[in-house]
Ligand binder design. Structure first.
Ligand SMILES: Nc1ncnc2c1ncn2[C@@H]1O[C@H](COP(=O)(O)OP(=O)(O)O)[C@@H](O)[C@H]1O
Ligand SMILES: [Mg+2]
Length: 255
């Protein structure tokens, strides 16, 4: 197993007024495992604890109890090198004063000392994500949302990771652009045998990319779908309601 989460619990201080210091459980014993090269989707409504789970999986935040293992070990320097992340908010995840070439150099600066070499590498990264080298010297505000998210994906693969956490990575994009970025993610996954944890509130994008799905509800896994082709067989009323919502959009390819 590449990544394992075992019985993760997490609470935050929540509530209001006289309850403001009470702890509110957000994750209530979540376990999951991700194999090399696979895409596991976590689908659930907003506020159900998905991003919290993602931060804990990355080692950005500690769980109250439970264990996170990357290749059987707790997070360390080696695991951090093998892990990347793409968030929903591409505008705030890049430095607005950096040019594209600098954004793409962030992760490789320590290993690639010459700026000429980094520029060459950045060019190749842009090609990998379907952008032309003409944008190397542009600033983020000179790019479209789709272009900027592609730059973030290029930055994520720049360190040659084995695992990428995608937290609502396409959710802010227009639907037509979403499909293109999902295609890109699928191609990169196959080309580099990447494993993804694809966190989303949108079942449709998850079915496009994922091999397996976990339906997440109020900090718990409500249902597990081991094979995406069996989407029609899901039982749990909550997961079904998400599916019905997608069906209502009358998208013929998987209904
Ligand atoms: N750092 C934090 N401090 C306090 N509460 C938080 C914090 N992060 C998230 N929460 C709360 O945890 C719940 C789950 O949030 P989140 O993990 O972002 O859910 P999702 O990504 O599924 O929308 C929300 O009620 C949110 O307000
Ligand atoms: Mg979230």
């Amino acid at each position: 197993m590449l990544l394992e989460l075992q019985e993760i619990h997490k609470s935050y201080k929540g509530g209001s007024g006289i309850f403001k210091n009470e702890m509110k459980p957000i994750l209530k014993g979540v376990s999951l495992a991700l194999r090399e090269g696979e895409c596991l989707g976590i689908v659930g409504e907003s506020g159900s604890g998905k991003s919290t789970l993602g931060r804990i999986a990355l080692g950005l935040e500690e769980a109250d109890s439970g264990r996170v293992l990357f290749e059987g070990r707790r997070h360390d320097r080696a695991s951090h090198q093998a892990i990347s992340v793409v968030f929903q908010d591409y505008t705030s995840s890049v430095n607005p004063r950096f040019r594209v070439v600098e954004i793409l150099s962030e992760g490789i600066r320590s290993t690639m000392r010459s700026s000429k070499e980094r520029r060459e590498y950045a060019k190749n990264l842009l090609e990998e994500v379907g952008l032309c080298e003409g944008i190397l010297d542009r600033f983020p505000h000179q790019l479209s949302g789709g272009q900027l998210q592609r730059v973030c994906i290029a930055r994520a693969i720049s360190t040659k990771p084995r695992f990428i956490l995608l937290d609502e990575a396409v959710s802010s994009l227009d639907v037509s652009v979403q499909v293109q970025v999902l295609e890109l993610l699928k191609n990169l996954k196959e080309k580099y045998n990447l494993a993804y944890l694809f966190i989303t509130h949108d079942l449709m994008s998850a079915t496009f990319l994922c091999d397996r799905l976990l339906f997440f509800q109020e900090g718990r896994i409500a249902e597990t779908l081991e094979d995406i082709r069996e989407l029609g067989k899901i039982q749990n009323p909550y997961s079904r309601s998400l599916l019905e919502a997608v069906k209502a959009l009358e998208v013929p390819h998987f209904c």
